[in-house]
Write a protein that binds this ligand. Structure first.
Ligand code: 18C
Length: 275
């Protein structure tokens, strides 16, 4: 039947054995665990998170941050200049004026499961249908059913240079009807940075989803709700005008989250619920 999906292509409920023997496994596991924990922490009590977009159930917060040029991993404090590290405490970081504001978005979507959300985010087959910033996408490595490495180029924004990214992507389940996809920049000899027209950007993204339905009931399209926490830190990789950058993400993040969740709801409408 047209409307049945192969269970095999949905995110697996447990980690694929092929991933745990891959050289990237230790890093993937560590960063995924950290990212998922952080995703479900609130923004309310934290200093420095500013609400910048709100629409229906969607709320987007950012924390103003500036990184040093050449910092590849915004989560590693070993790599960054003392000025940057010192200012981390005040949440207002400025070194060399490169904007890399961490973003955190919350949303609620009815009628789809966490597993379905993550399926459409992880699986490259659907990416061009919802990802509007994309110019090209190449699968660099199919690690396992729950991990892949991608090279992507993005649409150029005048007057900045075009950007590309090389990142691993991992989908995993967690207790309590939870699934998440974590994307994090990596390296590959066949895809050296800054070798062509593109400047390599660095990204850490986590889409964490948790489903709920009334206690004592079976989950259905009618009674299921999925809470989404989307966290993203993009280091532009080289200078880009701060004003243009902030304008881009103020426009692009809400556009992405609305479009992506709408797309998944639409795709799932006539299909049986996959929990
Ligand atoms: O998470 C998302 N998508 C995933 C699958 O693609 C994956 C991708 C992460 C890369 C995000 C970086 C995108 C940079 C795009 C730059 C060009 C945009 C052109 C738009 C014009 C139409 O995890 C969803 C990602 C949603 C993207 C939101 C935009 C974020 C902008 C951040 C600043 C970019 C800095 C570099 C550009 C410099 C230009 C001044």
């Amino acid at each position: 039947a047209v409307h049945t999906r192969d269970q095999v292509e949905l995110p697996p409920p447990t980690i694929d054995n092929r991933l745990t023997v891959h050289p990237l496994w230790t890093e993937i596991d560590r960063i995924s665990t950290e990212q998922m924990q952080a995703a479900f922490e609130g923004v309310g009590g934290e200093i420095g998170w500013q609400l910048f977009a709100e629409e229906g159930d969607m709320r987007m917060y950012r924390r103003k941050a500036y990184g040093a040029i050449g910092v590849q991993d915004s989560y590693s404090l070993d790599n960054i200049s003392p000025g940057y590290a010192k200012n981390l405490k005040s949440q207002e970081m400025e070194v060399d004026g490169m904007v890399m504001d961490p973003l955190k978005a919350m949303h609620k979507v009815r009628g789809v499961s966490a597993r379905e959300m993550c399926h459409y985010f992880f699986n490259p087959r659907y990416r061009y249908e919802w990802e509007t910033t994309l110019e090209t996408m190449t699968i660099v490595e199919e690690v396992s059913s729950d991990a892949m490495v991608f090279h992507q180029t993005f649409k150029r924004i005048w007057p900045a240079s075009q950007r590309d990214a090389l990142f691993w992507s991992h989908v995993r389940a967690a207790p309590g009807n939870t699934y998440a996809v974590i994307n994090h920049s990596t390296t590959n000899q066949e895809y050296p940075p800054n070798s062509g027209a593109c400047i390599r950007l660095f990204v850490t993204v986590c889409l964490a989803c948790r489903s709920s339905y009334p206690a004592g009931e079976e989950p259905t399209r009618e009674n299921i709700t999925t809470s989404i926490a989307y966290c993203s830190t993009v280091n532009p990789g080289g200078w880009a005008p701060a004003g243009v950058l902030r304008a881009v993400y103020k426009r692009e993040y809400p556009k992405f989250l609305k479009r992506f969740t709408g797309y998944v709801a639409e795709q799932c409408r006539d299909k049986p619920l996959a929990i």
